[in-house]
Design a protein around this ligand. Structure first.
Ligand code: HEM
Length: 507
């Protein structure tokens, strides 16, 4: 009996032992592989001589972790201070700070492609202008879309931009004398402008003060980072019935669905051949030679434009208001410049862009805002092409990820003396050749931001309208660290708000 009773249990025990041994063997093999790889990365790797934090020499986890702290850009900037102009930030990733390399890595003729990081932004496996990595596919997509972003198309919609800014001014009027969170209001404003221009109708977020899109976009960049850096996490956890997690996971889908519904509404309202000169009709009709984009591709592009074109501009506007609020003398100087340039200005209206475009102080303020508070000042990753390349004093093998942080070139004291200080006057006469070469707020080359004409118009028009009608000061809740930089790919203020008090100017 005893034998019969113990037989099967003994067999199961033997299986356990076998399983246990198997697992231990697999673990040991994994460890050996890991130690072998780490040893190779530290002692034999072609990049072994490049300085950098020790942990980054053998694992990319250190860099990935920085991405989740919200301080990646600042930490990597400090690494440059410690290790010099080239830093090995992961076994196969280098960061450079020499502006002379900007052209080589990002310039029009550069053959450095975007890394696989960008696929994290694709939700339906269908890439968009921002995420296309293949050079010729990107060139064709750009041809189909470039005219929608051109300065002349944007200027045809200038009245739509002004309409939204005037609505924003009326909100200031309602709240004059009390603290107003401009970060939230600028997000509403830029969303209403982009939807007016690209979707044929404003989302009217300024009236509703909220939009389902708003919190989705907060999660959008974090989600893209997670999808790329920990690809197994999302499939493994997508079943968890925790509402906040589900909400977070659905952020990209929500934005792309918004793109779809906006496009559907547009077609119902205007059709495909309305003759409208707006950006969306231009995208629908595409180029003379290439076949037009499919409806699905257009809808996805709209979702992507919503993200690319709202928080970016809103962040710079927020930081510019903050800088102005701290500098009453600069406000007076700007107001004087505007009053001299715009004869017959009507109170509470938005000046015409043609009156603003070339005003030197306004230009200096915008450029200084983009230098110190550009929303995408972290490293923009690219892959070294086949054959490898000499970058500075190092030969860098093909496939290595390289990048330059605008934050670091923008803080180079040899180019921008007293780099932490907001000094619009440093841009007098357009700034020096070195300043222009080191400026990277829009990136450079074929992947440069196509939204810069719209963004510049928005920045100048809003600043001008505010300066002409209002005196700005900081709200009582603003602390020293409220506006510290948190970066989730796109920069945001640590406090997640920026309170400004607007006092009407005596007419
Ligand atoms: C102050 C505002 C803005 C700044 C500083 C900014 C900055 C940038 C930067 C640095 C890139 C390159 C990113 C990379 O290569 O990874 C970029 C790309 C892009 N931006 Fe902007 N952006 C702004 C506003 C806008 C606006 C208003 C729009 C659209 C209405 C827009 C649409 C795009 C698109 C579609 C791309 C992808 C271009 C491509 O890969 O070919 N951006 N932007």
């Amino acid at each position: 009996m005893a034998k019969i009773a113990y037989g099967p249990i003994g067999m199961v025990g033997a299986e356990h032992v076998t399983w246990g041994r198997g697992l231990a063997g697999a673990f040991a093999t994994l460890m050996l592989w890991y130690i072998g790889k780490a040893t190779y990365n530290i002692f034999l790797h072609p990049l072994r001589k490049v300085p950098g934090p020790f942990v980054a020499k053998f694992t990319s986890k250190w860099l990935e972790y920085q991405g989740f702290t919200g301080h990646k850009t600042a930490t990597l900037h400090n690494m440059h201070q410690k290790f010099g102009p080239v830093v090995r930030v992961a076994p196969d990733e280098l960061l450079f700070s020499d502006p002379a390399l900007i052209k080589k890595i990002y310039g029009f003729k550069a053959s450095y492609l975007k890394t696989s990081f960008y696929t994290g932004f694709d939700d339906y496996g269908e890439p968009v202008l921002f995420t296309l990595r293949d050079r010729s596919l990107h060139r064709d997509r750009k041809k189909l879309m470039a005219h929608a972003f051109s300065e002349s198309t944007i200027l045809q919609g200038e009245h739509l931009v002004a309409e939204q800014i005037e609505k924003f001014l009326s909100k200031i009027e309602d709240q004059q004398g009390t603290a107003m969170d401009v970060y939230m209001w600028f997000r509403c404003l830029t969303l209403d402008i982009v939807s007016s221009l690209f979707m044929g109708a404003s989302f009217e977020t300024l009236d509703k003060r909220d939009h389902e899109y708003m919190d989705s976009v907060d999660s959008y960049f974090v989600l893209a980072g997670l999808k790329w850096q920990i690809p197994w996490l999302i499939p493994l956890t997508s079943w968890i019935p925790w509402a906040r997690w589900q909400h977070f996971l659905g952020a990209q889908t929500k934005i792309y669905n918004l793109g779809r519904s906006s496009f559907k509404d547009y077609l119902e309202r205007h059709g495909r051949n309305s003759g409208r000169q707006d950006a969306l009709t231009k995208i629908i009709h595409g180029d003379k030679v290439l076949p037009p984009l499919s409806d699905e591709q257009i809808a996805l592009e709209i979702g992507s434009i919503l993200v690319a074109g709202t928080d970016t501009t809103a962040t710079v506007l927020t930081y510019l208001c903050w800088e102005l609020a701290k500098m009453p003398t600069l406000q007076v100087q700007l107001r004087d410049e505007l009053k001299q340039a715009i004869l017959g200005y009507q109170d509470k209206h938005v000046p015409k862009y043609s009156d603003l475009k070339f005003l030197p102080l306004l230009e200096g303020i915008v450029l200084e805002g983009l230098r110190l508070h550009g929303p995408a000042v972290g490293s923009i990753p690219r892959v070294v092409p086949i054959g490898g390349d000499m970058l500075g004093e190092y030969f860098v093998p093909a496939g290595t990820t390289v990048g330059i942080q605008a934050y670091t070139t923008h803080h180079d004291p040899t180019i921008f003396p007293d780099p932490d200080t907001f000094k619009p006057e440093r841009w007098a006469n357009g700034g020096t050749r070195e300043m222009k070469d080191a400026s990277l707020p829009w990136s450079k080359g074929s992947r440069m931001c196509p939204g810069l004409h719209l963004a510049t118009l928005e920045l100048k028009a809003v600043l001008a309208a505010l300066s002409l009608g209002w005196e700005l000061s900081l709200g009582p809740n603003m602390k020293d660290d409220t506006m510290d930089m948190i970066d989730n790919w796109v920069l945001m203020p640590k406090g997640n708000f920026c309170d400004i008090v607007f006092k009407p100017l005596a007419v």
